[in-house]
Design a protein around this ligand. Sequence first.
Ligand code: NAD
Ligand code: WQD
Length: 338
Amino acid sequence: MATVLVTGGAGYIGSHTCVQLLDAGHEVIVLDNLSNSSEQSLHRVQSLSNKTLTFIRGDIRDAATLDQLFAKYNIDAVIHFAGLKAVGESQQIPLTYFEHNIAGSIALFNAMQRAQVFKLVFSSSATVYDESNISPLNEDMPTGMPSNNYGYTKLIIEQLLEKLAIAEPKWSIALLRYFNPVGAHKSGCMGEDPQGTPNNLMPYVTQVAVGRREQLSIYGNDYDTVDGTGVRDYIHVVDLASAHLCALKNRLLSTGCRAWNIGTGTGSSVLQVVQAFEKVNGINIPYQFVPRREGDVATSFSDNRRAITELGWKPQYTLEDMLLDSWNWQKTNPKGYR
Ligand code: NAD
Ligand code: WQD
């Protein structure tokens, strides 16, 4: 069993991963500044797993906090979720994104190096792939220049980690390229809790369902897809969390830097998602078509075979599970963790 530092562990994906780490017997130290989360999620992590974790409220950009933490706990590996993730906001305040995501990550990697901790699982994104690639996207396809500053930060961090692993072979780094995380813990106690207006499809749909928003705007119905709406690879957050445990196990035994797609390998259109949500949950979702959103691609879904064969990971949940669990979380917690 390992002692794992989880940066951003109070957030959506981090909290689901912490439950599984504790269930598997790992010791968990969370570092989070709570800028986009609540400590409440960590209380729920602990009550679900019936185990305790250590929480440090702090920032990944703070070298002194990092050094103290590495000195105090005998950390074996780091799962690095902390960062800012709002695509639209990243266009308005790029420097803030560069600072938290790029400078923050470099501060973390420096502290890891000082503490001689070289095992890292990093939250990357399918957004790093060049837009000209045709789905299913596989890890050997070229990366490109993401259309937004958020995506750009992910690409930069991937590239610098690749160079770091070449220069210093002690490093062992997993780049997990997430597709579209949705869903929530089966208990309904943990889920996605976006602040303000949701940018992503699923929280918007559940907020319409719970009456917090009037109707969904579907961005474009003239794409070259099955019904004209955008196609994405939605992945249950519990499956995504389990990929981190598989990647951790893999990285504890090897070196180098390697990318893995974490998706189901299947694409669903916005209309298919909305209609399936209505069907499984018995709720009507009013919607209107509006023009395409800038920066969106028609279709993006994964080839997930590398993660299945190399990490021994396999997604368990269907789109219906994702929609049931997202709604279960939202209806039990209409105001999220507040
Ligand atoms: P989230 O916002 O719920 O979690 C991120 C956490 O990091 C939050 O708890 C926040 O308070 C914390 N944080 C932010 N900046 C920090 C800093 N400087 N120091 C310490 N803590 C900080 O987001 P999430 O959906 O759980 O995403 C986790 C990671 O996965 C992020 O790196 C994100 O970019 C990446 N990712 C997310 C998606 C997605 O659609 N959710 C897709 C691809 C990649
Ligand atoms: C999905 C589909 C929209 C909202 C983004 C980031 C990516 C990653 C995951 C993470 C698209 C449509 C959406 C709405 C809609 N980021 N949509 N109405 O854009 O695939 O990926 O989140 O940290 O980097 O770019 O996800 O959920 O925003 O959109 O019609 O109100 O739903 O056009 O086709 P996306 P999404």
